[in-house]
Design a binder for this molecule. Structure first.
Ligand code: SIN
Length: 512
């Protein structure tokens, strides 16, 4: 019987675990928090899939490719949209109760850059929490062994292939195969919608194991995180329902950046918000959802409604302050269509993986779908694959950067550096500065927390990739490069007028 260790307990990891067990493997799920402490739990908007006769997989594929700036892997996109409906049915079978309309059909939300409403949701805006709970129950019911509060340090290599993992406390868990599903690395940035655990652990461990990574320059910034209190996502679905973005003067500015206004691709709206903030000395822009009214806001967006009201705001009566924040990493550990990385016996799924479905920018609500589709495929592949060939391990190293006199390493310093120099808008001087500082911190060594080490390593690869891509595409925007791939009216933002990263109007809200 193949033994498998799955690292991470969000939708990608648990789906992979369930499929591996259902295909005869013995699986242990390892997670650094409690089982439900995942990025998945925070997902609001929903899961995009074709579930209605008014929609087609060709349309879903076309939207995914357009958002991705043409850099998507088309075979991966075909798998994503083609297998999406089956994975939705599976989630329903596993107990996820998606919201339905009066006719009993799935209630479908509209989000940016989707040609039609196709985003399924549960509990209004608690889609991730509903999926997390159902999959957690399924894993327990299947008797899968779960190790909580166990932090991954490294993948154990045996004869050039993955043979288990080493935990931060030194314990080793041996297995025939390892599936990395640790999510993304939002904690690279001073402002993020991601929880504290999003420290790129799986990506960093894969890099150290010699696995290929790609597309790490493509970091998606969400346009609307609440700019009061702790960072909190305000779903794109709110704009899909009719909310608008306004500046201090009450001017609706999003159409100046793109003909689709507030429902333009996410990177365009994020930069448009940043530009409007820069023009008003860094003060957040405002999301005006008053048109929806108190009852609709509370019924359709109960989670956001509670978070907004907990901050003393009444969004049924007045626009609320919002700011862009790091949200999702399109790049990651390179995989084939079954989650196999370039290291035999090592698999990656979900945000940890670079399947190629997202290209340069992810279409809204395609992330849960990617995790479900490719998690299932990896779980099945790991049960099929036998006798992984021994391959020479090639360790990737970021390009050398000139050493600088860097301040002492601190996670907050790294996050500020990444926000300022490798954030929404990039240019050579800032990226060179970031590379040099990161290199100095790396060279200095010293006793760092495992998660800080991981962030530092992933940051170096993000910056390295961003330096190499000198033209703008998708979520990677170079103010000193060629433009034109993100939208017809998405004009340059001078770095001098960069978003309010260093001068937040609500420092208490944005401080990390
Ligand atoms: C949102 O609800 O706006 C986020 C959904 C996503 O990241 O796809």
């Amino acid at each position: 019987m193949t033994t498998v260790v799955v690292v991470g307990s969000g939708i990608a990891g648990l789906t992979a675990a369930l499929h591996a067990v259902e295909n005869g493997c013995r699986v242990t799920v390892v997670t650094k928090g409690a089982l439900p402490d995942t990025n998945t739990r925070w997902a609001q908007g929903g899961i995009a899939a074709v579930t209605h006769s008014a929609d087609t997989v060709a349309s879903h594929a076309a939207d995914t490719l357009t958002a991705g700036g043409g850099l998507n892997d088309t075979a991966a996109v075909d798998v994503l949209v083609g297998e999406g409906p089956a994975r939705i049915a599976e989630l329903v079978d596993r107990g996820v109760v998606f919201d339905r309309d009066a006719d009993g059909d799935f209630s479908r939300g509209l989000e940016a850059a989707h040609a039609v409403a196709r985003v399924l949701h549960a509990g209004g805006d608690a889609t991730g929490a509903a999926i997390q709970a159902a999959l957690g129950d399924a894993v327990r019911a299947a008797g899968i062994r779960v190790r909580e509060h166990a932090l991954l340090r490294d993948v154990v290599l045996v004869d050039g292939r993955a043979g288990g993992i080493e935990l931060a406390d030194g314990e080793t868990i041996l297995a025939d195969a390892v599936i990395l599903a640790t999510g993304g690395a939002g904690q690279l940035y001073a402002h993020t919608t991601n929880p504290l655990g999003a420290t790129g652990d799986g990506i960093a461990a894969a890099i150290r194991a010699g696995a290929a990574v790609a597309d790490l320059e493509f970091v998606q910034f969400h346009p609307t995180a609440l700019a009061v209190g702790a960072p909190f996502l305000v779903s794109e679905a709110v704009r899909g329902e009719g909310a608008t973005l306004v500046d201090d003067a009450g001017r609706r500015f999003a159409f100046e950046a793109h003909p689709d206004g507030e429902l333009a691709p996410r990177d365009v709206v994020a930069r448009s918000n940043a530009r409007a903030m820069a023009a008003q000395d860094g003060r957040p822009v405002r999301l005006d959802a008053t048109v929806l009214g108190a009852e609709r806001l509370a019924q359709r967006f109960p989670t956001i409604d509670a978070a907004v009201r907990a901050r003393g705001l009444d969004w049924a009566r007045e626009p609320i302050p919002v700011t862009p924040a790091a949200h999702y990493l399109m790049g990651g550990v390179v995989t084939d269509l079954d989650g196999r990385t370039t290291v035999p016996g090592l698999y990656a799924v979900g945000e940890t993986a670079r399947t190629g479905v997202h290209g340069a920018n992810r279409l809204a609500s395609n992330s849960l779908l990617e995790a479900a589709v490719f998690g299932a495929r990896a779980g099945e592949a790991v049960a099929r694959d036998r006798g992984w060939p021994v391959a020479p391990v090639r360790r990737a190293a970021p390009a050398p950067a000139a050493a600088v006199d860097a301040p002492p390493f601190a996670r907050a310093a790294l996050q500020r550096l990444m926000w300022a120099d490798a954030g929404l808008v990039r240019e050579a001087a800032g990226l060179d500065r970031a590379a040099a500082t990161l290199a100095a911190w790396s060279a200095r060594g010293g006793a760092r927390e495992v998660e800080d080490d991981n962030l530092l390593l992933v940051a170096r690869h993000v910056v390295d990739a961003a330096r190499r891509r000198t033209a703008s595409v998708g979520a990677h925007f170079r103010s000193d490069g060629q433009h034109g791939t993100s939208g017809p009216h998405d004009t340059d933002i001078a770095l001098a007028a960069a978003p309010a990263a260093s001068t937040p109007a609500h420092p208490e809200a944005l401080a990390c």
